[in-house]
Ligand binder design. Structure first.
Ligand code: FE
Ligand code: FE
Length: 198
């Protein structure tokens, strides 16, 4: 499947707002790739596919897909299956859209929670998902959009910090332990940078 064909397929399958978000992430990822020295076409493709599993709205379908491909499901994912769209997205990208590039599949798999020590593409997609132009609800968007052009690690840290703060404030939301470990990793990195600066 070519990128154009994938785009057409997603346009048919995703809800219009989700498709617009997808294009926003793809464009933002391409922009960040250009600035930070990554392959723009790969970043654009990962952005295009990052939410491809959102075509499966039903919880049972996502759980079945993970079981079919032997992908483990955490407690947090059982409680909040919308988290599962990242793992399911990587499965669909590989098996329906024939993506074999490990970096792209990994960036899709970790785009919701983040993970400790993310690759350059992981960070590009994680950040692009949060700051793309259609987003307007998260705090600090203006600052984060500016900072993303300069420092992907610091931007990743601040997004994870805001995410953890938000989840702590909303007890009905499930916190995935992977989000916590990603946050702690980037918080430690951030603190070590500050120490170096003193
Ligand atoms: Fe997503
Ligand atoms: Fe998304």
């Amino acid at each position: 499947m070519t990128t154009k064909e994938i785009q057409k397929d997603l346009k048919n399958k995703l809800k219009p707002a989700r498709y617009e978000h997808t294009l926003g992430v793809s464009d933002t990822a391409q922009h960040l790739a250009k600035i930070h020295g990554y392959d723009c076409a790969k970043a654009a493709l990962a952005g295009l596919l990052h939410d491809c599993a959102k075509i499966h709205g039903r919880r049972s379908k996502k759980i079945a897909l993970c079981r079919e491909y032997g992908v483990s499901i955490s407690d947090a994912e059982y409680k909040n299956p919308s988290l599962l769209h990242a793992k399911c997205g990587a499965i669909l990208a590989e098996h329906e859209y024939q993506i074999i590039d490990f970096d792209i599949l990994h960036a899709i798999r970790v785009h919701t929670t983040g993970v400790p020590d993310m690759s350059l593409l992981d960070k590009i997609i994680f950040i692009a998902d949060y700051i793309e132009p259609n987003r307007d609800k998260a705090p600090h968007l203006k600052e984060l959009r500016k900072l993303a052009d300069k420092d992907l690690d610091e931007t990743t840290y601040l997004i994870l910090k805001d995410t953890v703060d938000y989840l702590k404030a909303h007890e009905d939301q499930t916190m995935d332990p992977t989000t916590v470990s990603a946050y702690e990793y980037y918080r430690d990195w951030h603190n070590s940078q500050n120490r170096k600066g003193v």
